[in-house]
Write a protein that binds this ligand. Structure first.
Ligand code: ASP
Ligand code: MG
Length: 441
C-alpha cells in the first residue's frame, strides 16, 4: 500500500484533476490511498469570504465558480458539491448576521475546500471506471484536540485508521480511498484543522498508521531542490534527505513539507517521496530516517525573509545563573516563538517572525537588559553534515568575503543538520546564490 498526497495546485482545475487521476490510475496496483488538499486557492478564498461575511457580505462566487466549472468540465455529478455549497452559504450568512467569527467557525468554514475536492476526484475516478470512494478525515478516525486552526492529532488515530482501511489494504475492498487532508474532528464532534499546509500531516499519519510502503507527496517541481529555483536558476534535485533535514528545510522557508508532517514518520520509519507531477518518471527526492546513500557535506540551502533580530545584553547577569531562564520566560509570557539563537555569557541574540508586536516584551526585558530590535533580516540556512563544519564554513566565508557580505549572527542548529546565518533582507539573494555556487557548482 502507498499514500499519494496532492496539494492544491495539483488539483487547481479540471485539467489538473484529470492529470492527477491518470497518475493515480498508473499506481492502482500499489493500492494507493489518496489524500487531497482543497482545489487551488480555495482555502484562501474561503478565509477571504469569512472576513467579508464578518463585515456583512456573503459572497462565495470564486469558490462556486471554480467548483461548478470543474464539475461541468469533468462531467461529474455536481449534487454532492452543491449540497456543500448550500451549507457553506448558510454558514456565511450566520457569520454575517452574528458578526462573529471564532476559530472553531473558521475551521468549519475552511473544511469545505477539502471536502469538495475529494468528492470531485472520487466522482471523476469512478466515472473513468476506477472505483473510488471519498472520505472526510473523521470517517477514517482522524481525530484531534480542540486547538482550532492548529490542532494536534490524538494518539488513538494510530489505531483508528487501520480499522477503516485494513480491508482496502488487504484487497477485500477495491475502491480507492480519496481522503480529505488538513481537517479532523475533535472529541465533541467539531471540525478542526491541522494548520495551513496540514494535508502533508494527514498523508503521513495515514501512511505511518497503515505501515504503508511509501508516502508520496506530489509537487510541481522535481522533489526537494538544493535551493529555491526562483533564486538559484541551476538549483537541482536532492536525491535523499533525512526526516530531520526535511523538517529544518520546511521550517526555514523551503516549500517542502509541513514541518510537523515528519513526526508520524519518525515513529514508523516510513519513507516519504517527493515527486513531480509534471515529470512522473523522475524519482524525485526521498526522505528517510537516516542517509542510505553517501552523505554530502551540504544538502540544500534555504532562506526565510522578513524576520526580526533581537539582541539582549545584560552585564548585570554576569556570572549569575538564570539569565536565559529570565529571557525565555518573557518570550513565553508574550507568546513569541524563537527561531534561531546565539548566546554568550551576558548576551543572547535571537530571531522571531516580524508579525508580532514586541513592545510589551521589550519593556519587560529592559528591566534587566539592554535590548536592540532590528527588522528586515533574513535567515539563510545551510542544511549540512555538521561534523564537517570547518570545511563548510570555510567555503561559506570565502564565498561571502568575495561578495563583500558580513553575516550578522551564526548559529549551528542543535538538530545537528543545519547552520543558520542572519543577513540583511536586501542581501539574501546574493548570499544564497554565492553559497549555492560555492557548494554545488
Ligand atoms: N488547503 C490547506 C491550505 O491551503 C491545506 C493544505 O493545502 O495542505 O493550507
Ligand atoms: Mg492549499
Amino acid at each position: 500500500m502507498i499514500v499519494m498526497k496532492f496539494g492544491g495546485s495539483s488539483v487547481a482545475n479540471a485539467d489538473r484533476v484529470k492529470h492527477v487521476a491518470s497518475i493515480i490510475k498508473s499506481y492502482a496496483d500499489k493500492r494507493p490511498v489518496v489524500v487531497l488538499s482543497a482545489m487551488g486557492d480555495t482555502t484562501d478564498y474561503l478565509l477571504d469570504a469569512a472576513e467579508a461575511a464578518l463585515k456583512g457580505t456573503v459572497d462565495i462566487t470564486a469558490v462556486e465558480k471554480l467548483h461548478r466549472e470543474t464539475a461541468a468540465a469533468l462531467d461529474v455529478d455536481v449534487a454532492p458539491i452543491e449540497e456543500l455549497l448550500d451549507e457553506l452559504k448558510f454558514l456565511l450568512t450566520g457569520i454575517s448576521m452574528l458578526h462573529e467569527l471564532t476559530k472553531r467557525t473558521r475551521d468549519y468554514l475552511v473544511s469545505f475546500g477539502e471536502r469538495m475536492s475529494v468528492r470531485m476526484m472520487s466522482s471523476y475516478l469512478s466515472a473513468q471506471g476506477i472505483p473510488a470512494k471519498f472520505y472526510d478525515a473523521w470517517d477514517i478516525g482522524i481525530v484531534s484536540d480542540s486547538n482550532f486552526m492548529s490542532a494536534e492529532l490524538l494518539d488513538e488515530v494510530w489505531q483508528n485508521i487501520p480499522v477503516h482501511l485494513n480491508d482496502y489494504k488487504s484487497g477485500k475492498t477495491k475502491e480507492i480511498p480519496i481522503v480529505t487532508g488538513f481537517i479532523a474532528k475533535d472529541k465533541n464532534g467539531y471540525i478542526t484543522t491541522l494548520g495551513r499546509g496540514g494535508s502533508d500531516l494527514s498523508a503521513t499519519i495515514i501512511g505511518a498508521a497503515m505501515k504503508a510502503d511509501e508516502i508520496q507527496t506530489w509537487k510541481d517541481v522535481d522533489g526537494i531542490l538544493t535551493a529555491d529555483p526562483r533564486t538559484v536558476k541551476n538549483a537541482r534535485s536532492v536525491p535523499e534527505v533525512t526526516y530531520d533535514e526535511a523538517a529544518e528545510l520546511a521550517y526555514f522557508g523551503a516549500q517542502v513539507l509541513h514541518p510537523r508532517s515528519m513526526n508520524p514518520c519518525r515513529i514508523s520509519g516510513t519513507p516519504v517521496r517527493v515527486k513531480n507531477s509534471y515529470n512522473i518518471d523522475s524519482p524525485g527526492s526521498v526522505i528517510l530516517p537516516v542517509h542510505k546513500g553517501e552523505k554530502p557535506p551540504v544538502t540544500a540551502i534555504t532562506s526565510k525573509k522578513n524576520v526580526t533580530l533581537i539582541d539582549i545584553v545584560s552585564t548585570r547577569m554576569l556570572g549569575q545563573s538564570g539569565f536565559l531562564a529570565h529571557v525565555f520566560n518573557q518570550f513565553l509570557k508574550w507568546d513569541i516563538s524563537i527561531d534561531v539563537i546565539a548566546t554568550s555569557e551576558v548576551s543572547v541574540s535571537l530571531t522571531t517572525n516580524t508579525d508580532k508586536d514586541l513592545s510589551g516584551l521589550k519593556k519587560d526585558l529592559e528591566q534587566y537588559a539592554s535590548i536592540d530590535i532590528k527588522n528586515q533580516k533574513s535567515i539563510v540556512t545551510i542544511i549540512c553534515d555538521v561534523t564537517r563544519t570547518s570545511e563548510i564554513l570555510q567555503a561559506a566565508f570565502s564565498a561571502l568575503l568575495k561578495e563583500n557580505i558580513n553575516v550578522q549572527m551564526i548559529s549551528q542548529g542543535a538538530s545537528k543538520v543545519n547552520i543558520s546565518m542572519i543577513c540583511e533582507d536586501s542581501e539574501v539573494t546574493k548570499v544564497v546564490q554565492a553559497l549555492h555556487k560555492a557548494y554545488f557548482d
